[in-house]
Write a protein that binds this ligand. Structure first.
Ligand code: SF4
Length: 271
């Protein structure tokens, strides 16, 4: 039997089960007390949904527990990242940046402050593809970028090692494992699959079967050269999304991986 990881709002605790959880809240100060009676191994991450909230109470709490800072509006909220940098002393911290106009500044700020970045990429329109291209160039060529920017890093490594992982895996949206519990307690698939009306497969069914039978059934995906790197990710939730821009981004990542391999092969071997 598969054990799901559930993303739940803090007010839905406790669920009365032993399954692993990601807890999300707008009130970080409430977390230490609310989770005091939880098995620490059950909580695998916390998500802070309000960057304006004070996260100081988490600085010395649950060392090592991953923290995600979830941005709503990157164009206006990026200055709020500064107040959360003390979290980095005790926690791996990732900033989830929605790909909306002006998100490049948020990515640059997050990386400069030493936060990992996860792009909530959605189904980007042509203007956002241009901004994504600028972020990709920054990620590939800016030597000061020491933190991963996903999905670029996962896809680049997949091309480089010729071991592709789909975006469902890279962006932590694997429907085999993840379930989302809404504020009213209703449970659904996570992320872009929530509300898509998908009939879930048996719990033991693995991601590659999900991709084959559900996620990448669109005809364009069947013939797509990037199927193994994408997994049909961009065809959700709107099935008629035009993938031309995201395919171009994949081709840039593939070329960057080839270039990296050529550089490494040409590098002198030290004795
Ligand atoms: S890039 Fe588009 S067509 Fe290709 S696999 Fe992904 S969603 Fe399908």
């Amino acid at each position: 039997m598969n054990e799901f990881i559930r993303n739940i709002p803090l007010h839905c605790l406790p669920l009365g089960s032993k399954e692993q959880i990601i807890v999300r809240t707008h009130e970080p100060a409430a977390l230490p007390a609310a989770l005091a009676s939880e098995n620490p191994e059950r909580v695998i991450a916390v998500q802070l949904l309000s960057l304006a909230a004070d996260s100081e109470s988490l600085n010395a709490w649950a060392a090592g527990l991953p923290v995600e800072l979830v941005m709503a509006d990157p164009a206006t909220e990026f200055p709020l990242l500064y107040r959360h940098t003390p979290l980095l002393d005790q926690h791996p911290v990732r900033v989830v940046v929605p790909v909306r106009p002006g998100f490049f500044n948020a990515v640059k700020t997050a990386v400069a402050l030493d936060f990992a970045v996860q792009l909530d990429v959605g189904q980007p329109d042509p203007a956002l593809i241009e901004e994504l291209a600028a972020v990709l160039k920054f990620y590939l060529h800016q030597s000061t970028v020491a933190q991963p920017i996903e999905y670029f890093q996962g896809a680049l490594l997949g091309f480089y090692h010729e071991e592709p992982a789909s975006l469902w895996a890279i962006l932590d949206e694997d429907p085999q494992w993840l379930r989302y519990v809404a504020d009213d307690g209703a449970e659904s698939l996570n992320g872009r699959l929530a509300g898509a009306g998908i009939k879930t497969l048996a719990p033991e069914v693995e991601l590659d079967v999900w991709i084959e039978q559900v996620l990448a059934t669109h005809e364009e995906c069947r013939n797509c050269e990037f199927l193994r790197h994408c997994g049909g990710y961009f065809k959700w939730p709107r099935r008629d999304y035009d993938c031309a821009g995201v395919k171009w981004l994949f081709s840039e990542l593939r070329e960057a991986a080839s270039e990296l391999r050529r550089d490494i092969e040409a590098a002198p071997v030290s004795e």
